[in-house]
Ligand binder design. Structure first.
Ligand code: IVH
Length: 667
């Protein structure tokens, strides 16, 4: 293929992939299969790799992220990002309308929108491409989170149609329920704390340093405010419709309302219907539609006079707490659960609420038999927010937290600094054994879809399996006699176990369920160490040198490999033929040339972007860091590097090299 052929193919692929993305993430009507999409993307990545001169940050290939940001630049907003005044009742809304009427003498219309419960974002576009994404910050200045925002598939990197040369659009980044729940399940399984609600998850994700991790999180974005003098349309609603035609995800649940009565009707409708939405909203935003009238109304110091928010009350009910029970997770973590008198709350019947840990129980002083307030606010899992003390039984006793595991009766331990109690009997405590096997077969791990948690339960009860390796030695004759095991399901179970032997090493590593080794960490470790033997023989110091691996993860990995039982398990997995080394094809372009060396990149470079240089360091086994220390091997200096960096490097005797010298290191 000639250079020009490659260029035109690259452009075709970029356009095609962007269109498919738009159809999938905005229109919700995919135009090709995931497989075909991946094939096209792969073709693009290969072509871009062999033609780095055509690099474009806005290429669909860049959606996977990669750059590591140790800190985000603070940038002043061109126009302040204000907040909204709140209202809580019909009366408040009528008062708002009266204030508008006083100033606007001509007829006016309102636009009612859902109030998305996420993180606000300001996007800047120039010449049809995304230039900058800023968080709200303190309203006058925010963080530049562009590299993270680029990974959100519903945010267009290149616009369609005829957008103005330069403009700003604002909206809300949020995490839909389904993705939030999946992500939390995985976090809990990997030993991380779950996010309390989708809003926290969205804001935590947006501030992550590694955009690749951001890319793996299910963020989405609605845009609700199009700004800029260049846009001539005098209607907020129509401006958004126009922005939709440029490729933005504009909410479709928006409605224009001629009177405040219509507004109130809209509010009431969503007060009861919001539970059906696949994401959280915490109210309704009411805006005067005409931009000229908005200007006439103006602003107070904090918020516009042309808009107001109506906040939903967090729904609360009162019920009886019958009993506190305790659940044991895969890692041995104990979670106390409040078993409630079933009660209707926000569209569902609630029977259980999490009590989190011993401290939470003590803080609420909640007791069995108490009448409790249960609330469902932003959180999906209902929580107990208080006790109706005056209804408490005279003889009620404070809760004495359990000291022994409810399942295996071994003594519980609470390590310093941890909120949770743990059962350490991981080898013999049934829910821990079953939990580990369930994690092993799960979709993101070995994907053994012929088995489910009920079958695992059955196999375990019948004494057929006691650990994950034993799955591979099951025969159809062993499981066929079991209750509810027909010929077809037995055959499916065995064949899906067999198929999992092809699952790549990085997923096997995740499937082992080592604490803190989630999907991303497993991948990092698998690429770095390439096979199980290397990983097994490494030590704490070496692990910490791997990019993104901190002390907590390193300690967990080292201690996992110290356990005799785990080593025996690995032997059996090896015998079974499970993949315990990386597939060589994924390592193309990856080397160890820079292993053990750490780099600081600073300034602007002639031939590579900073992200590209960081990627090269990572691909070749080096470590990216943001600040110079004694441990820094090289400071790669470009133009406009601040003098303080040079001074610090000189003081600590760190070698300063140019872009060309860095490239020479790779040869
Ligand atoms: S309009 C000056 N519209 O609510 C106008 N905000 O309390 C400012 N929000 O910071 C925003 N959904 O993060 C607007 N449809 C919507 C919204 C919305 C959610 C958030 C936004 C803002 C906060 C204001």
């Amino acid at each position: 293929m000639t250079r020009m052929d490659a260029k035109s193919r690259i452009n075709r692929l970029r356009k095609e992939l962007a269109d498919h993305n738009h159809a999938y993430y905005l229109l919700d009507s995919p135009t090709i299969s995931d497989y075909e999409f991946d094939k096209l993307l792969e073709e693009l990545i290969v072509l871009e790799k062999s033609h780095p001169e055509f690099f474009d940050v806005n290429s669909p290939s860049q959606r996977v992220g990669g750059g590591v940001n140790k800190s985000f630049d603070t940038v002043a907003h061109k126009r302040p990002m204000l907040s909204l005044g709140n209202t809580y009742s019909e009366e408040d809304l009528r008062d708002f309308d009266k204030r508008v009427q006083k100033i606007i003498t001509e007829p006016y219309t309102y636009v009612c929108e859902l109030k998305y419960d996420g993180v606000s974002i300001s996007l800047h576009y120039k010449d049809g491409v995304l230039k900058q994404a800023l968080t709200r910050g303190d309203g006058t200045q925010g963080d530049d989170v562009t590299s993270n925002v680029r990974t959100i598939k519903s945010i267009p990197l290149k616009l369609q149609g005829n957008p103005p040369e330069e403009f700003e659009i604002r909206g809300e980044i949020f995490m839909p329920h389904k993705g939030f729940e999946e992500m939390n399940t995985e976090r809990i399984e990997s030993g991380f704390d779950a996010f309390a609600n989708p809003r926290n998850a969205a804001s935590g994700t947006l501030k992550l340093q590694d955009s690749k991790v951001v890319a793996s999180r299910p963020l989405d974005c609605f845009l609700y405010h199009s700004l800029g003098a260049l846009i001539k349309i005098d209607s907020h609603y129509k401006r958004l419709e126009e922005a939709r035609s440029w490729g933005f995800k504009i909410p479709t649940d928006t409605q224009t309302c001629g009177t405040i009565n219509d507004v109130i009707e809209f509010v009431k409708y969503w007060e009861t219907t919001r539970e059906e939405l696949p994401y959280d909203i915490d109210g309704i935003v009411i805006k005067v539609d005409s931009i000229l009238q908005q200007e006439e109304l103006g602003y107070t110091a904090k918020s516009p006079r042309w808009a107001i928010s109506y906040k939903f009350k967090a729904e609360q009910v009162v019920t009886t707490l019958d009993k506190i029970t305790y659940q044991v997770g895969r890692t041995g973590a104990i979670t106390p659960v409040a078993n409630l008198e079933p009660v209707q709350l926000a569209g569902t019947i609630v029977k259980r609420a999490s009590l989190h840990n011993a401290d939470q129980i003590a803080k609420l002083d909640v007791r069995e038999g108490d009448t409790v307030y249960v609330e469902k606010g932003g959180e999906i899992i209902p929580k107990i927010v208080g006790v109706v003390v005056k209804e408490r039984d005279l003889f009620s006793q404070p809760v004495t937290y359990i000291t022994h595991c409810p399942e295996c009766h071994s003594e519980l331990v609470r390590k310093e600094g941890e909120a949770q109690h743990y059962c350490l009997n991981e080898k013999a405590c049934p829910p821990q054994i079953k939990g580990k096997i369930e994690h092993f077969i799960s979709r993101k791990a070995m994907n053994i879809d012929g088995l489910g948690s009920e079958t695992i339960d059955l196999f375990f009860k019948e004494g057929l399996i006691n650990n994950v390796a034993e799955l591979y030695f099951l025969k159809k004759e062993d499981i066929l006699p079991l209750e509810r095991m027909a010929e077809k399901s037995a055959a499916k179970a065995i064949s899906s176990i067999e198929m999992s032997k092809k699952i790549p090493f990085e997923r096997v590593l995740y499937a082992l369920g080592i604490r803190y080794v989630g999907v991303t960490v497993a991948k990092k470790l698998a690429y770095h160490y390439q096979n199980l033997a290397n990983l097994q023989s490494t030590d704490l110091e070496d692990l910490i040198r791997v990019d993104e691996i901190g002390g907590r993860i390193a300690e967990s990995v080292v201690s996992w490999f110290k356990e005799e039982d785990n080593l025996a398990l690995l032997e059996r997995l090896k015998e079974a033929g499970v993949q315990l080394e990386i597939d060589a094809s994924v390592l193309v372009g990856r080397t160890h040339i820079l292993q053990g060396q750490s780099f600081v990149i600073s300034g602007v470079f002639a031939n590579h972007s900073r992200d590209e240089l960081k990627k090269l360091i990572e691909q070749n086994g080096g470590k990216n860091t943001s600040s110079i220390s004694k441990k820094t091997s090289y400071l790669v200096a470009g133009e406009n590097m601040g003098p303080s960096k040079r001074e610090k490097a000189d003081k600590l005797d760190v070698s300063i090299i140019s872009e060309d010298e860095f490239i020479a290191l790779l040869k």
